[in-house]
Each structure stands twice: as structure tokens, then as C-alpha cells.
Design a protein around this ligand. Sequence first.
Ligand SMILES: [Zn+2]
Length: 112
Amino acid sequence: MDTVSARTHLEEHRAKIIAQMEELGASESGDLRSDLDREESFADAAAATADRTQLLGLVDSLHKQLQSVDHALQRVDEDTYGICSECGQAIAPARLEARPEATLCVDCASTR
Ligand SMILES: [Zn+2]
């Protein structure tokens, strides 16, 4: 994958993650918007807590993905994108297609 399409791919991925976070009521930094708390105070407390825990889990995993994408974008700038950060081998294009934020090849990722 060349640098320009890698960057485009990553930026599209980034926009999708941010859109998902916004849908969940979270900001780009992974914080939940406060207007959501007010709505929840009217809901059943136990259910709200369970929902909130699940929601926080989702937001947290999206936030981690976002950080990985930012990391990958940084690697595009440094011209090391698509190179496994563990063993230095090229990461398979199909893997980058599926997970553009991947910084490890399949072998290294599976041994972690
Ligand atoms: Zn590797």
C-alpha cells in the first residue's frame, strides 16, 4: 500500500470510529457527554448501571482503536507504516486492509 492511500484509508477509519463514539455520546477523547447522565437519572438505576458499564466498555475500545489509528498515521509520517514494529517484516496487505491500524504482523500479533 502506498503512503497516500494508506493515509486516506486510515483517515476514513478514524472518521468512522469518531462517528461511532459520537453515536454513543462520547467525545473524541473518550469522555461521555454530561447530557447523557441527566437522561439516565430517570431510568431504572440497575439497568442504567449495566448499560453504562457496557457503554463505557464500548467507548473505551473505540478510544483505543482511535489511538492505534493515530499511531499508524504517525507511522505513515515516519515512513514505517506497514512494517511490523516487532520483527521488521512487511505486514500482509490483506491484514492492513482489514485492520489499517495494525502495527504487528499476524505472527507477532498471535504470540502476544
Ligand atoms: Zn512481526
